[in-house]
Design a protein around this ligand. Structure first.
Ligand SMILES: [Zn+2]
Length: 160
């Protein structure tokens, strides 16, 4: 009996010392930094505050915002942000060429070719109808310069 009690006493003394060496008590680390995950010794992997990633089933910190194994975002807020980004992000296509639109506008803008190219059919028809006035030619040159000097992403956002 005495031996057992002694063992228990020793173990309870060991507890906090191990924590100090391990450096992870499940709460003192800054919130879920991926680097903290990477530098943490493997021998403390099986501790409280650990979960299995729902996607790849690897052992990760319960506080991790992102799985370090498969990259899956686990933090609810971060996930929402990412999904919002996906919704508003590449919301547009990148099929149209800025250069082609610019060249069409400057050389053939007088009959509205650039408008047809960019899918603005209604405007294209107007340009064609008013071609004899020469106004579409002037507008075409201005628009061509605008296309060519425009930021790529902005151009695609507008015309895809
Ligand atoms: Zn994972």
């Amino acid at each position: 009996m005495d031996k057992r009690a002694e063992e228990i006493r020793k173990l309870s003394q060991k507890g906090p010392i191990q924590l100090d060496r391990g450096g992870y008590d499940g709460g003192s680390l800054p919130r879920a930094e991926p680097h903290a995950e990477l530098t943490r010794p493997a021998n403390i992997a099986k501790r409280e505050g650990r979960i299995n990633c729902p996607v790849c089933d690897e052992d990760i910190s319960a506080r991790a915002k992102k799985c370090r194994h498969c990259g899956e975002v686990l933090d609810a807020n971060m996930r929402q942000e990412q999904m919002a980004e996906r919704r508003t992000g590449p919301h547009y296509t990148r099929n149209k060429s800025k250069i082609a639109a610019g060249i069409f506008a400057i050389l053939l803008g007088g009959i509205g070719v650039h408008k047809y190219y960019l899918g603005r059919i209604g405007q294209g028809i107007l340009y064609t109808l008013f071609a004899v006035t020469g106004i579409p030619t002037i507008l075409g040159v201005i628009e061509g310069i605008i296309y060519l000097t425009m930021d790529d992403e902005k151009f695609w956002q507008k015309y895809g």
